[in-house]
Design a protein around this ligand. Structure first.
Ligand SMILES: *Cc1c(COP(=O)(O)O)cnc(C)c1O
Length: 413
């Protein structure tokens, strides 16, 4: 075992990880030549495929010019171009782009901007509302906004209190709870349409639209965490488009660079910016990370937006959604599975578990089974999901679904 400590990995029981040396479209290639099909876009980041030539070329070109510059008091072209490009495609009404390095920090920034908005307006509000089963990141603040469980039990005493709305299985219950809590709340944070890490749970655009309307009627800020849903995953460029809403704050990460380099952005409305805009320096938005708007990462982001602009990516997304639906359909009648579902390009299905005591073991066991078939899937407990890059072919999807069809016998403990 090397000295590397891997994320979300129990080293006492985890097998030796494959050493990956190359990436190519939907494939990861190990040093020994083994090819692994990437069914989860390398943890939801890779959109157009690994090592996309245009993004790689943009990164190479940027390394010839500027590696890094402090972003307080300085600016650079890739950051300017990416911000302009994002505001041109984001829901109308967003006017400012704040850069950071990961989805967690993009969410932290949104939470801090919400609290700053109310603080600077002289009417402090601090209550945050979130959805049951939510995931917003792994820092203390984002864990507080997310669902509580085994993953954050040790930190629980330090997590701030959040009002939790029931997941909208029954929309009326969710909306009633929100109506009850929204008055005086600083912000509602949601993953629009799809709760990812919470188990690939889907809710309707109509509920999303109504949650926004309730927030608006109480002046409560609306934060859309599009870290996963952004950049086409749900069928539209951003999930919020399907509800026709403009959030006060939008968090973007994962697909922002096509999945090539770490970069995140928090998009804000003029009102949020104005609340921090003052000759009184105490109203400054005091947040930074050393690598804020790293030029190489921004250049990758600019190339990603160019791909979206100049190539028929939304058509690819629609084709992938249809291919996914076709392959998922037979599982709707398969008694071994339940809650068979799809949101845009993402499919998910739950393997029925006879002994719930084994639930915690189910995810790693299934992942090991798929990896033995050279397929990268990483089930969330008994929830198997397929979240592929948009370049995946019909034949490659067939390999994934053949493995899923074969799985229960091989994978149950
Ligand atoms: C992945 C994710 C995050 C955190 O992003 P990181 O880049 O892993 O910090 C936050 N919110 C949602 C909805 C995510 O899926």
């Amino acid at each position: 075992m090397s000295g590397v400590w891997h994320p979300f990995t129990q080293h006492a029981v985890a097998p030796e990880p494959p050493l990956i040396t190359r990436g190519e479209s939907a494939w990861l290639i190990a040093g020994d030549g083994r090819r692994i099909l990437d069914g989860i876009s390398s943890w939801w980041v890779t959109t157009h495929g690994h090592n996309h030539p245009r993004i790689m070329a943009a990164i190479r070109a940027q390394t010839e010019k500027l590696d890094q510059v402090i972003f307080a008091g300085f600016t650079h072209q890739p950051a300017e171009d990416l911000a302009a490009g994002l505001l041109a495609i984001a829901p109308k009404g967003l006017a400012h782009v704040f850069y950071s390095d990961s989805g967690s920090t993009a969410v932290e920034v949104a939470l801090k901007m919400s609290l700053g908005f109310w603080h600077n307006s002289g009417k402090p509000r601090t209550k945050i509302i979130a959805l049951e089963h939510a995931y917003h990141g792994d820092t203390i603040g984002t864990m507080a906004a997310g669902a509580r469980g085994v993953f954050n039990a040790p930190y629980e005493p330090l997590l701030f209190e959040v009002v939790r709305l029931p997941f909208p299985t029954d929309p009326v219950a969710t909306l009633t709870a929100l109506e009850h809590e929204a008055a005086g709340a600083a912000a509602l944070i949601v993953e629009p349409l799809l709760l990812g890490a919470g188990g690939m749970l889907i809710y309707s655009a109509d509920v999303l639209r109504q949650m926004k309307a309730i927030c608006e009627s109480h002046g409560t800020l609306f934060i859309a965490d599009e870290c996963l849903t952004g950049f086409g995953r749900t069928g539209t460029l951003f999930a919020c488009e399907q509800a026709g809403i403009t959030p006060d704050l939008v968090c973007l990460a994962k697909g922002l660079t096509g999945g090539a380099t770490p970069l995140a952005a928090t998009l804000a409305t003029p009102a949020i910016f104005q609340a921090h805009y003052s000759t009184d320096r105490r109203k400054t938005f005091f947040h930074s990370s050393s690598y804020t708007a790293n030029p190489i990462a921004c250049a990758a982001g600019v190339a990603n937006l160019a791909i979206w602009r100049e190539e028929p990516v939304l058509e690819r997304v629609a084709v992938l959604a249809a291919l996914q639906e076709e392959r998922l359909a037979p599982f709707r009648a398969d008694p071994r599975f339940e809650n068979v579902r799809r949101c845009g390009t993402i499919t998910a299905l739950n393997l029925k578990v006879t002994d719930p005591g084994y639930l915690a073991e189910q995810g790693p066991k299934l992942a090991a089974y798929f990896l033995a078939r050279n397929i990268l899937l990483r089930p969330l407990g008994n929830t198997i999901y397929v979240l592929p890059p948009y370049c995946i072919t019909a034949a490659e999807l067939d390999m994934i679904y053949a493995a899923i069809a074969d799985c229960p016998e091989g994978a149950t403990p």
